[in-house]
Every structure is written in C-alpha cells, then in structure tokens.
Design a protein around this ligand. Sequence first.
Ligand code: PGA
Length: 245
Amino acid sequence: MDVVVVESAQEVAREAASRVTDFVRRHPTASIGLATGGTQLGLYRLLTDAYRRGQVSFADNRFFMLDEYAGILPTSTNSFQHVVRSEFLDHVDAAPHSLHVLDGTASDLHAEAQRFEQILRDSGGVDLQLLGIGTNGHVGFNEPGSFPNSRTRPVRLHDDTIASNAPYFSSPADVPRAAISQGLETIMEARSILLMATGTTKAKAIAEMIDGQITAECPASILQGHSGATAIVDSAAASLLASRV
Ligand code: PGA
C-alpha cells in the first residue's frame, strides 16, 4: 500500500481529487465505488468544481455504493445514496441510473446483497474504490472481526461506529444498528483503492492499518495486501505512524 502524508484535511481532499480526476480522464468508462462519511465531502466538492471548470466528465462512468444503513429511506438525508447524489452526482454529468445502490429498505437484505454482487460481477467489477476508515479500523461497514473472505452482506454496527455517526442524527438512539456493506473480499477485488483519513481520531486506526499485523481486529489492515491501494492522510492522522515519528 502506498502512503501519502500531507499537511491538512484540505490537502487530503485536493490530492485525492487530483488523482480521481486524472484516473477518470484516463479511464472515462471506469466503475467507481463511492464512499460516504465526512472525509469524502471535500473530495466530492472538488470533483464537482473540476466538472464545472470543464476539467473532467463523469458521463460514461458507473458508480457503486460501498455501504448503506438498513431501514433508512433513500429520500432521507441520512441515506448514503442520498448523500452521494446530493453531494456529488446531482452536480455533475453522471448519467441517470449510473449509480448502483444498496437498498437498505429491502425486505430481504441477504437477497439485496446477492443482487448487488451479481451486478458488480456482470459489470466487470470496480476500477477505483474510494474509502474512509472508522476509528475502529472499519472500511465500509466491515467492523472488527469481519472475515477477509466476506462479501456484500447485512451487518451489525459496533457501538463506536454508532457513536461516531450519532452527530448526523437527532439522537444516538436514532442511529441504525444494522447496515448492508460490501465485504472485505469485495473491496479487495477493486483494481485500485483510494483511502482518505484526517484528524487525530483516526491516528490509531491508521497506525494499525499500515504498521500493524494484518488482523480482523483492524479490518483496514487487509489493504496491506492490495498492490493498487493508496492511503492519503493528513499529518494528524499520520501522527502515530512508526515510520514517520
Ligand atoms: P468519516 O467516516 O469520514 O465520517 O470519518 C469514515 C468511516 O467511518 O468509514
């Protein structure tokens, strides 16, 4: 895994936006896996700016959701598909129906996960997967203990994930306890991966991901085995890295 350390959260977004823009220019029909979370928002804003300046087009890309809450309507501002549309896709020239969602309101989430995996397979897989990382080392909603061979599936959220996401809801009690997420093996099949992390709250997870053993206790550590993975982190998130202290 390549690691790029920059000074600030703004520079993380700038570096990621420049890489995504270059990638899409070189691969205009690429499939892109979209993540949510506060860390992605700066990237989506810069990609929208680049589109408005005529520097990039997303007209021929396909998009795949990384994860989604269970039981949250797609029209809710908390729905991850709502976030990627309202923060990014609605502002660029992405084709209608180019976003492949995970439907967290499906009555059978196992069947929904299989439907999504089938579409991924039929379309040839993800070329560039965007990722954040949880304070507990999760990627997507693959919480500690997730198996390396996990595929898209319904999952339970850990308490620290519920606490991290509580600010987006009116009360912690409103945060869903379940979700549907691409699995670790699904993510590892993406041809390239761009993970972003900012702030001291991510420093421990980043150190475990990069310097630690590959272990289910830090699901993101599996990315050590991906030759096309790059982590872009700010100096606060990099502050516990052995190689940089
Ligand atoms: P964040 O979430 O960008 O809001 O920190 C990242 C994640 O939990 O994967």
